[in-house]
Design a protein around this ligand. Structure first.
Ligand SMILES: *Cc1c(COP(=O)(O)O)cnc(C)c1O
Length: 545
Protein backbone atom coordinates (compact mmCIF):
# COMPACT_ATOMS: atom_id res chain seq x y z
CA UNK A 1 0.00 0.00 0.00
CA UNK A 2 3.06 2.22 -0.13
CA UNK A 3 2.10 4.07 -3.28
CA UNK A 4 -1.66 4.11 -2.63
CA UNK A 5 -3.80 5.68 -4.13
CA UNK A 6 -1.67 5.67 -7.33
CA UNK A 7 -1.68 1.86 -7.11
CA UNK A 8 -5.43 1.74 -7.73
CA UNK A 9 -5.67 4.62 -10.24
CA UNK A 10 -5.59 4.19 -14.00
CA UNK A 11 -1.97 3.74 -15.19
CA UNK A 12 -2.43 6.34 -17.92
CA UNK A 13 -3.58 8.92 -15.39
CA UNK A 14 -0.69 8.23 -13.02
CA UNK A 15 1.77 8.52 -15.91
CA UNK A 16 0.40 11.67 -17.48
CA UNK A 17 1.33 15.22 -16.65
CA UNK A 18 -1.56 17.52 -15.81
CA UNK A 19 -2.66 19.80 -18.65
CA UNK A 20 -0.62 22.94 -18.15
CA UNK A 21 -3.43 25.31 -17.30
CA UNK A 22 -2.11 28.63 -16.04
CA UNK A 23 -2.61 29.18 -12.34
CA UNK A 24 -4.89 32.21 -12.66
CA UNK A 25 -4.00 35.78 -13.65
CA UNK A 26 -1.48 37.64 -11.45
CA UNK A 27 -0.07 41.17 -11.40
CA UNK A 28 2.41 40.16 -14.12
CA UNK A 29 2.10 41.35 -17.69
CA UNK A 30 0.30 38.30 -19.04
CA UNK A 31 1.41 37.55 -22.58
CA UNK A 32 1.30 33.80 -21.97
CA UNK A 33 -2.20 32.57 -22.79
CA UNK A 34 -3.25 34.26 -26.03
CA UNK A 35 -5.89 36.22 -24.20
CA UNK A 36 -7.41 39.49 -25.33
CA UNK A 37 -5.92 42.52 -23.48
CA UNK A 38 -9.29 44.29 -23.33
CA UNK A 39 -12.13 43.60 -20.98
CA UNK A 40 -15.45 42.77 -22.64
CA UNK A 41 -18.46 44.94 -21.75
CA UNK A 42 -18.82 44.74 -17.97
CA UNK A 43 -21.03 42.28 -16.10
CA UNK A 44 -22.13 43.23 -12.60
CA UNK A 45 -20.21 41.53 -9.80
CA UNK A 46 -17.33 39.96 -11.72
CA UNK A 47 -14.17 41.19 -13.42
CA UNK A 48 -11.25 39.83 -15.40
CA UNK A 49 -13.40 38.25 -18.10
CA UNK A 50 -10.63 38.55 -20.69
CA UNK A 51 -8.33 36.37 -18.54
CA UNK A 52 -8.62 32.64 -17.90
CA UNK A 53 -9.61 31.90 -14.30
CA UNK A 54 -7.48 29.69 -12.05
CA UNK A 55 -7.98 25.94 -12.36
CA UNK A 56 -9.12 26.03 -8.69
CA UNK A 57 -10.06 29.65 -7.83
CA UNK A 58 -8.36 30.42 -4.54
CA UNK A 59 -11.08 32.47 -2.83
CA UNK A 60 -13.72 29.93 -3.69
CA UNK A 61 -11.58 27.03 -2.48
CA UNK A 62 -10.95 28.86 0.80
CA UNK A 63 -14.62 29.72 1.36
CA UNK A 64 -15.90 26.21 0.66
CA UNK A 65 -13.10 24.58 2.68
CA UNK A 66 -14.11 26.75 5.61
CA UNK A 67 -17.84 25.99 5.24
CA UNK A 68 -17.15 22.23 5.01
CA UNK A 69 -14.45 22.25 7.70
CA UNK A 70 -11.53 20.83 5.69
CA UNK A 71 -8.10 22.11 4.64
CA UNK A 72 -7.70 23.76 1.26
CA UNK A 73 -5.65 20.80 -0.04
CA UNK A 74 -8.46 18.39 0.86
CA UNK A 75 -11.02 19.88 -1.54
CA UNK A 76 -11.64 19.99 -5.28
CA UNK A 77 -14.28 22.43 -6.51
CA UNK A 78 -16.15 21.72 -9.71
CA UNK A 79 -19.35 22.15 -11.68
CA UNK A 80 -21.52 20.47 -9.11
CA UNK A 81 -20.95 17.29 -7.17
CA UNK A 82 -21.55 15.66 -10.57
CA UNK A 83 -18.13 16.75 -11.78
CA UNK A 84 -16.56 15.04 -8.77
CA UNK A 85 -18.28 11.77 -9.75
CA UNK A 86 -17.06 12.15 -13.34
CA UNK A 87 -13.45 12.76 -12.28
CA UNK A 88 -13.40 9.83 -9.84
CA UNK A 89 -14.47 7.31 -12.46
CA UNK A 90 -12.28 8.86 -15.15
CA UNK A 91 -9.20 8.72 -12.91
CA UNK A 92 -9.66 5.28 -11.33
CA UNK A 93 -11.68 3.00 -13.64
CA UNK A 94 -9.91 1.29 -16.53
CA UNK A 95 -12.43 0.73 -19.36
CA UNK A 96 -13.66 -2.87 -19.84
CA UNK A 97 -11.81 -3.88 -16.68
CA UNK A 98 -12.75 -2.00 -13.50
CA UNK A 99 -16.08 -1.48 -11.78
CA UNK A 100 -17.94 0.73 -9.35
CA UNK A 101 -20.31 -0.56 -6.68
CA UNK A 102 -23.72 1.01 -6.12
CA UNK A 103 -26.75 0.25 -3.95
CA UNK A 104 -29.88 0.82 -6.07
CA UNK A 105 -32.35 2.41 -6.02
CA UNK A 106 -30.01 5.39 -5.87
CA UNK A 107 -28.80 8.46 -7.76
CA UNK A 108 -28.61 7.56 -11.45
CA UNK A 109 -25.54 9.54 -12.45
CA UNK A 110 -23.07 7.02 -10.93
CA UNK A 111 -24.17 4.46 -13.53
CA UNK A 112 -24.27 7.01 -16.36
CA UNK A 113 -20.64 8.00 -15.68
CA UNK A 114 -19.55 4.37 -15.43
CA UNK A 115 -21.28 3.64 -18.75
CA UNK A 116 -19.54 6.56 -20.43
CA UNK A 117 -16.17 5.38 -19.15
CA UNK A 118 -16.83 1.74 -20.07
CA UNK A 119 -16.57 0.70 -16.43
CA UNK A 120 -18.65 -2.12 -14.98
CA UNK A 121 -21.28 -1.85 -12.24
CA UNK A 122 -21.62 -4.17 -9.28
CA UNK A 123 -25.00 -3.72 -7.63
CA UNK A 124 -25.91 -4.56 -4.05
CA UNK A 125 -29.58 -3.50 -3.95
CA UNK A 126 -31.20 -2.07 -0.83
CA UNK A 127 -33.61 -4.28 1.09
CA UNK A 128 -37.39 -4.07 0.60
CA UNK A 129 -37.44 -1.43 3.36
CA UNK A 130 -34.54 0.40 1.71
CA UNK A 131 -31.86 -0.63 4.20
CA UNK A 132 -28.26 -1.22 3.13
CA UNK A 133 -26.78 -4.73 3.35
CA UNK A 134 -23.44 -3.55 4.66
CA UNK A 135 -21.80 -6.98 4.94
CA UNK A 136 -22.86 -7.73 1.35
CA UNK A 137 -21.44 -4.39 0.21
CA UNK A 138 -18.12 -5.24 1.86
CA UNK A 139 -18.09 -8.73 0.35
CA UNK A 140 -18.94 -7.49 -3.16
CA UNK A 141 -16.38 -4.70 -2.83
CA UNK A 142 -13.40 -6.97 -2.08
CA UNK A 143 -12.22 -7.86 -5.64
CA UNK A 144 -9.46 -5.43 -6.61
CA UNK A 145 -11.19 -4.39 -9.84
CA UNK A 146 -14.00 -2.79 -7.78
CA UNK A 147 -12.38 0.62 -7.45
CA UNK A 148 -15.03 2.54 -5.58
CA UNK A 149 -18.21 2.13 -3.57
CA UNK A 150 -20.91 4.81 -3.85
CA UNK A 151 -22.94 5.31 -0.68
CA UNK A 152 -25.55 8.03 -1.05
CA UNK A 153 -26.61 9.24 2.40
CA UNK A 154 -29.28 10.59 2.71
CA UNK A 155 -30.14 8.46 -0.30
CA UNK A 156 -31.86 9.80 -3.38
CA UNK A 157 -34.68 8.82 -4.00
CA UNK A 158 -35.46 6.88 -0.81
CA UNK A 159 -34.61 9.72 1.61
CA UNK A 160 -33.11 7.56 4.39
CA UNK A 161 -29.52 7.60 5.70
CA UNK A 162 -26.71 5.28 6.61
CA UNK A 163 -25.22 5.53 10.06
CA UNK A 164 -21.76 6.99 10.46
CA UNK A 165 -20.57 3.70 11.94
CA UNK A 166 -21.74 1.71 8.92
CA UNK A 167 -19.90 4.03 6.53
CA UNK A 168 -16.70 3.95 8.57
CA UNK A 169 -16.93 0.17 8.75
CA UNK A 170 -16.97 -0.03 4.94
CA UNK A 171 -13.95 2.29 4.84
CA UNK A 172 -11.95 0.17 7.26
CA UNK A 173 -12.94 -3.21 5.76
CA UNK A 174 -12.05 -2.07 2.22
CA UNK A 175 -8.94 0.00 2.97
CA UNK A 176 -7.67 0.23 -0.62
CA UNK A 177 -11.04 0.94 -2.22
CA UNK A 178 -12.44 4.46 -2.46
CA UNK A 179 -15.60 4.90 -0.39
CA UNK A 180 -17.59 7.77 -1.87
CA UNK A 181 -20.22 9.21 0.47
CA UNK A 182 -22.60 11.40 -1.53
CA UNK A 183 -23.87 13.98 0.96
CA UNK A 184 -25.93 16.05 -1.50
CA UNK A 185 -28.74 16.25 1.14
CA UNK A 186 -26.77 16.17 4.40
CA UNK A 187 -27.82 19.72 5.35
CA UNK A 188 -31.43 18.49 5.69
CA UNK A 189 -30.44 15.59 7.94
CA UNK A 190 -29.76 15.21 11.67
CA UNK A 191 -26.65 13.20 10.83
CA UNK A 192 -23.31 14.90 10.88
CA UNK A 193 -21.26 15.13 7.72
CA UNK A 194 -18.30 12.75 7.45
CA UNK A 195 -16.17 15.70 6.30
CA UNK A 196 -14.56 15.68 9.74
CA UNK A 197 -13.07 12.23 8.95
CA UNK A 198 -11.13 13.45 5.88
CA UNK A 199 -7.56 13.47 7.15
CA UNK A 200 -8.21 10.47 9.40
CA UNK A 201 -9.70 8.00 6.91
CA UNK A 202 -7.59 8.07 3.70
CA UNK A 203 -10.00 6.18 1.43
CA UNK A 204 -13.06 8.26 2.35
CA UNK A 205 -14.34 10.72 -0.29
CA UNK A 206 -17.22 13.08 0.52
CA UNK A 207 -19.33 14.81 -2.14
CA UNK A 208 -21.10 18.08 -1.32
CA UNK A 209 -23.27 20.27 -3.51
CA UNK A 210 -24.43 23.88 -3.56
CA UNK A 211 -27.47 22.91 -5.66
CA UNK A 212 -29.82 21.83 -2.89
CA UNK A 213 -29.51 23.51 0.52
CA UNK A 214 -27.73 26.60 -0.90
CA UNK A 215 -30.17 27.16 -3.79
CA UNK A 216 -27.48 27.35 -6.50
CA UNK A 217 -28.49 24.56 -8.90
CA UNK A 218 -28.43 26.93 -11.86
CA UNK A 219 -24.93 28.15 -11.06
CA UNK A 220 -23.35 24.65 -10.99
CA UNK A 221 -21.10 24.39 -7.99
CA UNK A 222 -20.04 21.53 -5.78
CA UNK A 223 -17.09 20.07 -3.96
CA UNK A 224 -15.28 16.80 -3.48
CA UNK A 225 -13.50 16.34 -0.16
CA UNK A 226 -10.68 13.78 0.10
CA UNK A 227 -7.09 13.01 0.99
CA UNK A 228 -4.75 15.44 -0.88
CA UNK A 229 -3.20 12.53 -2.84
CA UNK A 230 -6.64 11.68 -4.24
CA UNK A 231 -7.34 15.35 -4.97
CA UNK A 232 -4.07 15.59 -6.98
CA UNK A 233 -5.05 12.64 -9.17
CA UNK A 234 -8.55 14.03 -9.74
CA UNK A 235 -7.36 17.49 -10.70
CA UNK A 236 -5.30 15.84 -13.46
CA UNK A 237 -8.50 14.72 -15.18
CA UNK A 238 -10.57 17.81 -14.35
CA UNK A 239 -11.20 19.76 -17.59
CA UNK A 240 -9.38 23.11 -17.83
CA UNK A 241 -10.86 26.11 -16.00
CA UNK A 242 -14.14 24.54 -14.85
CA UNK A 243 -15.19 27.48 -12.68
CA UNK A 244 -16.11 30.49 -14.82
CA UNK A 245 -15.50 33.86 -13.19
CA UNK A 246 -19.19 34.90 -12.97
CA UNK A 247 -19.89 31.53 -11.35
CA UNK A 248 -17.22 32.10 -8.72
CA UNK A 249 -18.61 35.59 -8.05
CA UNK A 250 -22.17 34.28 -7.78
CA UNK A 251 -21.19 31.56 -5.31
CA UNK A 252 -19.08 33.84 -3.11
CA UNK A 253 -21.94 36.30 -3.07
CA UNK A 254 -24.57 33.71 -2.15
CA UNK A 255 -22.34 32.22 0.55
CA UNK A 256 -21.18 35.55 2.03
CA UNK A 257 -20.94 35.35 5.82
CA UNK A 258 -23.84 37.81 6.11
CA UNK A 259 -26.09 35.43 4.11
CA UNK A 260 -25.49 32.33 6.24
CA UNK A 261 -28.14 33.07 8.86
CA UNK A 262 -30.76 33.39 6.14
CA UNK A 263 -29.68 30.03 4.69
CA UNK A 264 -30.11 28.57 8.18
CA UNK A 265 -33.64 30.01 8.52
CA UNK A 266 -34.64 28.68 5.12
CA UNK A 267 -33.34 25.27 6.07
CA UNK A 268 -35.42 25.36 9.26
CA UNK A 269 -38.45 26.29 7.16
CA UNK A 270 -37.86 23.34 4.79
CA UNK A 271 -37.61 20.98 7.76
CA UNK A 272 -40.87 22.20 9.27
CA UNK A 273 -42.53 22.07 5.86
CA UNK A 274 -41.30 18.48 5.47
CA UNK A 275 -43.29 17.58 8.58
CA UNK A 276 -46.36 19.52 7.42
CA UNK A 277 -46.30 18.10 3.89
CA UNK A 278 -45.85 14.55 5.19
CA UNK A 279 -48.72 14.99 7.67
CA UNK A 280 -50.98 16.32 4.95
CA UNK A 281 -50.07 13.70 2.37
CA UNK A 282 -50.76 10.93 4.86
CA UNK A 283 -54.44 11.95 4.68
CA UNK A 284 -54.52 11.86 0.86
CA UNK A 285 -56.57 9.21 -0.92
CA UNK A 286 -53.74 9.00 -3.44
CA UNK A 287 -51.08 8.06 -0.88
CA UNK A 288 -50.55 4.66 0.68
CA UNK A 289 -47.31 5.47 2.53
CA UNK A 290 -45.12 8.51 3.07
CA UNK A 291 -41.58 7.28 3.68
CA UNK A 292 -39.54 9.01 6.39
CA UNK A 293 -37.04 11.45 4.88
CA UNK A 294 -33.77 13.08 5.93
CA UNK A 295 -33.75 15.13 2.71
CA UNK A 296 -35.74 17.90 0.97
CA UNK A 297 -38.09 15.43 -0.69
CA UNK A 298 -40.55 12.71 0.25
CA UNK A 299 -40.88 9.29 -1.37
CA UNK A 300 -44.52 8.28 -1.73
CA UNK A 301 -46.17 4.94 -2.26
CA UNK A 302 -49.13 6.08 -4.37
CA UNK A 303 -52.50 4.60 -5.27
CA UNK A 304 -55.35 5.57 -7.63
CA UNK A 305 -52.52 6.54 -9.94
CA UNK A 306 -54.53 7.51 -13.02
CA UNK A 307 -56.65 9.93 -11.01
CA UNK A 308 -53.56 11.31 -9.26
CA UNK A 309 -51.75 11.97 -12.54
CA UNK A 310 -54.88 13.76 -13.76
CA UNK A 311 -54.94 15.94 -10.62
CA UNK A 312 -51.26 16.80 -11.01
CA UNK A 313 -51.84 17.76 -14.64
CA UNK A 314 -54.81 19.89 -13.65
CA UNK A 315 -52.72 21.77 -11.08
CA UNK A 316 -49.73 21.81 -13.46
CA UNK A 317 -47.45 20.18 -10.88
CA UNK A 318 -44.55 17.94 -11.80
CA UNK A 319 -43.30 15.32 -9.37
CA UNK A 320 -40.76 12.59 -10.11
CA UNK A 321 -42.14 9.26 -11.26
CA UNK A 322 -39.98 6.38 -10.04
CA UNK A 323 -42.64 3.73 -10.51
CA UNK A 324 -40.43 1.80 -12.93
CA UNK A 325 -37.57 1.38 -10.39
CA UNK A 326 -39.07 1.71 -6.92
CA UNK A 327 -42.79 1.61 -7.65
CA UNK A 328 -43.02 5.03 -6.01
CA UNK A 329 -43.08 8.74 -6.70
CA UNK A 330 -40.90 11.50 -5.24
CA UNK A 331 -42.07 15.00 -4.36
CA UNK A 332 -39.69 17.85 -3.50
CA UNK A 333 -40.43 20.16 -0.56
CA UNK A 334 -41.25 23.59 -1.96
CA UNK A 335 -42.08 26.91 -0.33
CA UNK A 336 -45.04 26.90 2.13
CA UNK A 337 -47.31 28.31 -0.58
CA UNK A 338 -46.16 25.70 -3.11
CA UNK A 339 -46.65 22.87 -0.64
CA UNK A 340 -50.19 24.03 0.08
CA UNK A 341 -50.99 23.91 -3.64
CA UNK A 342 -49.46 20.41 -3.82
CA UNK A 343 -51.65 19.30 -0.89
CA UNK A 344 -54.72 20.68 -2.67
CA UNK A 345 -53.75 18.70 -5.79
CA UNK A 346 -53.48 15.57 -3.64
CA UNK A 347 -57.03 16.24 -2.50
CA UNK A 348 -56.15 16.93 1.13
CA UNK A 349 -59.13 18.69 2.73
CA UNK A 350 -57.75 19.46 6.16
CA UNK A 351 -54.48 21.13 5.19
CA UNK A 352 -52.15 21.57 8.19
CA UNK A 353 -51.57 25.27 8.74
CA UNK A 354 -48.21 26.99 8.72
CA UNK A 355 -48.18 29.67 6.13
CA UNK A 356 -45.90 32.13 7.81
CA UNK A 357 -45.56 35.62 6.45
CA UNK A 358 -41.88 35.79 5.59
CA UNK A 359 -39.87 38.53 3.88
CA UNK A 360 -36.20 38.54 2.90
CA UNK A 361 -33.94 41.30 1.66
CA UNK A 362 -30.33 41.10 0.52
CA UNK A 363 -28.60 44.42 0.06
CA UNK A 364 -24.98 44.87 -0.90
CA UNK A 365 -23.16 48.14 -1.56
CA UNK A 366 -19.56 49.29 -1.12
CA UNK A 367 -20.51 50.33 2.41
CA UNK A 368 -22.63 47.47 3.73
CA UNK A 369 -23.45 43.84 3.02
CA UNK A 370 -26.81 42.97 4.60
CA UNK A 371 -29.19 40.08 4.76
CA UNK A 372 -32.54 40.33 6.55
CA UNK A 373 -35.31 37.81 7.06
CA UNK A 374 -38.48 38.56 8.98
CA UNK A 375 -41.17 36.09 9.97
CA UNK A 376 -44.28 37.94 11.13
CA UNK A 377 -45.75 34.73 12.56
CA UNK A 378 -42.80 33.15 14.37
CA UNK A 379 -41.09 35.34 16.97
CA UNK A 380 -38.70 32.52 17.91
CA UNK A 381 -36.62 33.10 14.77
CA UNK A 382 -34.52 36.02 15.96
CA UNK A 383 -30.79 36.57 15.54
CA UNK A 384 -29.29 40.01 15.07
CA UNK A 385 -25.64 40.85 14.30
CA UNK A 386 -24.94 44.34 13.03
CA UNK A 387 -21.64 44.90 14.81
CA UNK A 388 -23.17 47.67 17.00
CA UNK A 389 -24.10 46.17 20.35
CA UNK A 390 -26.59 48.82 21.46
CA UNK A 391 -28.29 48.82 18.07
CA UNK A 392 -28.61 44.99 18.11
CA UNK A 393 -30.30 45.35 21.48
CA UNK A 394 -32.71 47.96 20.08
CA UNK A 395 -33.61 45.80 17.08
CA UNK A 396 -34.26 42.93 19.47
CA UNK A 397 -36.71 45.23 21.31
CA UNK A 398 -38.59 45.96 18.10
CA UNK A 399 -38.89 42.28 17.19
CA UNK A 400 -39.73 41.15 20.72
CA UNK A 401 -42.37 43.81 21.30
CA UNK A 402 -43.59 43.53 17.72
CA UNK A 403 -44.07 39.78 18.17
CA UNK A 404 -42.19 38.82 14.99
CA UNK A 405 -38.93 37.03 14.16
CA UNK A 406 -35.99 39.03 12.84
CA UNK A 407 -32.76 37.59 11.48
CA UNK A 408 -30.32 40.28 10.45
CA UNK A 409 -26.62 40.24 9.62
CA UNK A 410 -24.64 43.21 8.48
CA UNK A 411 -20.99 43.64 7.60
CA UNK A 412 -20.73 47.43 7.51
CA UNK A 413 -18.02 50.10 7.32
CA UNK A 414 -18.02 50.60 11.10
CA UNK A 415 -14.38 51.73 10.94
CA UNK A 416 -15.84 54.96 9.50
CA UNK A 417 -18.93 55.25 11.71
CA UNK A 418 -22.35 53.74 12.40
CA UNK A 419 -24.20 55.81 9.82
CA UNK A 420 -24.28 53.47 6.80
CA UNK A 421 -24.89 50.40 8.92
CA UNK A 422 -27.93 51.89 10.68
CA UNK A 423 -29.38 53.55 7.60
CA UNK A 424 -28.94 50.57 5.25
CA UNK A 425 -30.15 47.97 7.74
CA UNK A 426 -33.25 50.12 8.41
CA UNK A 427 -33.96 50.29 4.67
CA UNK A 428 -33.47 46.54 4.26
CA UNK A 429 -35.59 45.84 7.36
CA UNK A 430 -38.47 47.96 6.05
CA UNK A 431 -38.29 46.26 2.65
CA UNK A 432 -38.32 42.78 4.25
CA UNK A 433 -41.35 43.72 6.42
CA UNK A 434 -43.15 45.11 3.40
CA UNK A 435 -42.58 41.95 1.41
CA UNK A 436 -43.69 39.77 4.34
CA UNK A 437 -46.94 41.73 4.55
CA UNK A 438 -47.75 40.81 0.94
CA UNK A 439 -51.12 42.19 -0.12
CA UNK A 440 -51.84 43.06 3.54
CA UNK A 441 -55.13 41.13 3.52
CA UNK A 442 -56.57 40.83 7.00
CA UNK A 443 -53.99 42.97 8.79
CA UNK A 444 -54.83 45.62 11.37
CA UNK A 445 -53.05 48.47 9.56
CA UNK A 446 -53.02 50.91 12.52
CA UNK A 447 -51.04 50.71 15.71
CA UNK A 448 -50.69 53.10 18.62
CA UNK A 449 -48.98 53.02 22.03
CA UNK A 450 -48.92 55.14 25.09
CA UNK A 451 -46.24 56.32 27.55
CA UNK A 452 -43.80 53.97 29.31
CA UNK A 453 -41.95 54.34 32.63
CA UNK A 454 -40.33 57.65 33.51
CA UNK A 455 -39.60 58.16 29.85
CA UNK A 456 -42.50 58.90 27.62
CA UNK A 457 -42.59 57.59 24.08
CA UNK A 458 -45.74 57.97 22.11
CA UNK A 459 -45.83 56.06 18.86
CA UNK A 460 -48.45 55.92 16.14
CA UNK A 461 -48.14 53.85 12.97
CA UNK A 462 -50.19 53.48 9.82
CA UNK A 463 -49.21 50.88 7.22
CA UNK A 464 -50.73 53.08 4.56
CA UNK A 465 -48.28 52.31 1.75
CA UNK A 466 -47.17 55.94 1.89
CA UNK A 467 -43.91 56.82 3.63
CA UNK A 468 -43.86 59.54 6.28
CA UNK A 469 -41.79 59.91 9.43
CA UNK A 470 -42.28 62.48 12.16
CA UNK A 471 -39.91 62.44 15.13
CA UNK A 472 -40.16 64.74 18.14
CA UNK A 473 -37.60 64.55 20.92
CA UNK A 474 -34.27 65.98 22.17
CA UNK A 475 -31.56 63.63 23.45
CA UNK A 476 -29.36 64.86 26.32
CA UNK A 477 -26.19 63.16 24.94
CA UNK A 478 -24.88 62.62 21.42
CA UNK A 479 -24.01 58.89 21.78
CA UNK A 480 -25.13 55.74 23.55
CA UNK A 481 -22.15 53.38 23.34
CA UNK A 482 -21.16 53.22 19.66
CA UNK A 483 -24.58 54.44 18.62
CA UNK A 484 -24.95 58.10 17.58
CA UNK A 485 -28.33 59.30 18.89
CA UNK A 486 -29.03 61.24 15.69
CA UNK A 487 -29.36 57.80 14.00
CA UNK A 488 -32.47 57.07 16.06
CA UNK A 489 -34.80 59.43 14.13
CA UNK A 490 -32.92 58.54 10.96
CA UNK A 491 -33.63 54.83 11.55
CA UNK A 492 -37.39 55.42 11.71
CA UNK A 493 -37.24 57.64 8.64
CA UNK A 494 -35.46 54.92 6.62
CA UNK A 495 -37.77 52.20 7.96
CA UNK A 496 -40.87 54.24 7.04
CA UNK A 497 -39.46 54.80 3.56
CA UNK A 498 -39.13 51.13 2.54
CA UNK A 499 -41.97 49.74 4.68
CA UNK A 500 -44.34 52.29 3.17
CA UNK A 501 -45.64 53.46 6.54
CA UNK A 502 -46.37 56.61 8.47
CA UNK A 503 -44.38 56.43 11.71
CA UNK A 504 -44.89 59.13 14.33
CA UNK A 505 -42.69 59.13 17.43
CA UNK A 506 -42.77 61.63 20.27
CA UNK A 507 -40.28 60.99 23.07
CA UNK A 508 -39.52 62.86 26.30
CA UNK A 509 -36.95 61.96 28.95
CA UNK A 510 -33.56 62.71 30.42
CA UNK A 511 -31.53 59.55 29.63
CA UNK A 512 -30.68 58.88 25.97
CA UNK A 513 -30.43 55.10 26.49
CA UNK A 514 -33.91 54.91 28.02
CA UNK A 515 -35.38 57.28 25.48
CA UNK A 516 -34.07 55.33 22.46
CA UNK A 517 -35.08 52.04 24.02
CA UNK A 518 -38.58 53.40 24.60
CA UNK A 519 -38.80 54.46 20.94
CA UNK A 520 -37.80 51.01 19.61
CA UNK A 521 -40.02 49.15 22.08
CA UNK A 522 -42.87 51.53 21.32
CA UNK A 523 -42.54 51.04 17.58
CA UNK A 524 -42.51 47.26 18.14
CA UNK A 525 -45.66 47.53 20.29
CA UNK A 526 -47.37 49.67 17.66
CA UNK A 527 -46.39 47.31 14.84
CA UNK A 528 -47.84 44.30 16.65
CA UNK A 529 -51.55 45.21 16.24
CA UNK A 530 -50.84 46.70 12.82
CA UNK A 531 -49.37 43.36 11.61
CA UNK A 532 -51.95 41.18 13.36
CA UNK A 533 -54.24 39.26 11.06
CA UNK A 534 -57.97 38.82 11.54
CA UNK A 535 -60.14 37.94 8.58
CA UNK A 536 -59.02 38.41 5.01
CA UNK A 537 -60.13 41.91 4.12
CA UNK A 538 -57.72 44.61 3.05
CA UNK A 539 -58.34 47.33 5.62
CA UNK A 540 -58.89 50.23 3.25
CA UNK A 541 -61.88 51.58 1.36
CA UNK A 542 -59.59 51.74 -1.66
CA UNK A 543 -59.18 47.92 -1.55
CA UNK A 544 -55.39 48.24 -1.68
CA UNK A 545 -52.63 49.51 0.63
C1 LIG B 1 -28.58 16.49 -6.92
C2 LIG B 1 -27.61 15.42 -6.62
C3 LIG B 1 -26.26 15.52 -6.99
C4 LIG B 1 -25.78 16.53 -7.98
O1 LIG B 1 -25.41 17.69 -7.45
P1 LIG B 1 -24.81 18.85 -8.37
O2 LIG B 1 -23.90 19.53 -7.44
O3 LIG B 1 -25.95 19.68 -8.81
O4 LIG B 1 -24.08 18.22 -9.51
C5 LIG B 1 -25.38 14.57 -6.55
N1 LIG B 1 -25.81 13.52 -5.82
C6 LIG B 1 -27.09 13.37 -5.49
C7 LIG B 1 -27.51 12.21 -4.68
C8 LIG B 1 -28.04 14.30 -5.90
O5 LIG B 1 -29.33 14.12 -5.60
Amino acid sequence: MTNWPESIARKAVVAMLPYSARGGATDALHLDANENPYAPPPVVGATGFNRYPAQQPENLVRRLASIYGVNTDQIMVGRGADEGIECLIRAFCEAEQDSILTCPPTFGYYKTCADIQGAGIVEVPLSATYQWYISAVIEAGRPSDVKMVFLCSPNNPTGNSLTRDAILRVCSELPETLVIVDEAYIEFSDQESLADQIGTVPNLVVLRTLSKAFALAGVRGGALLADPRIIDLLIKVLPPYPIARPVEAAILNALAPSAMSVHAQRLAETLSERVRLAKGLEQSDFVETVFPSDANFLLLDVKNETALLKQLRKFNIKIRDYRSTTGHMRISIGSPEENTIALQAFGVIDIPQSIDRIGETFRKTNETDISVRVNLDDPSQTKIETGIGFYDHMLEQISKHGGFGLTMSCEGDLHIDAHHTVEDTALAFGAALKSALGDKAGIGRYGYVIPMDETQAQVAIDLSGRAAAVFKGEFPTDHVGDFPVEMCPHFFESLAQTLGAAIHVDVKGDNSHHMIEACFKGVGRALRPAFAVSGSEIPSTKGTL
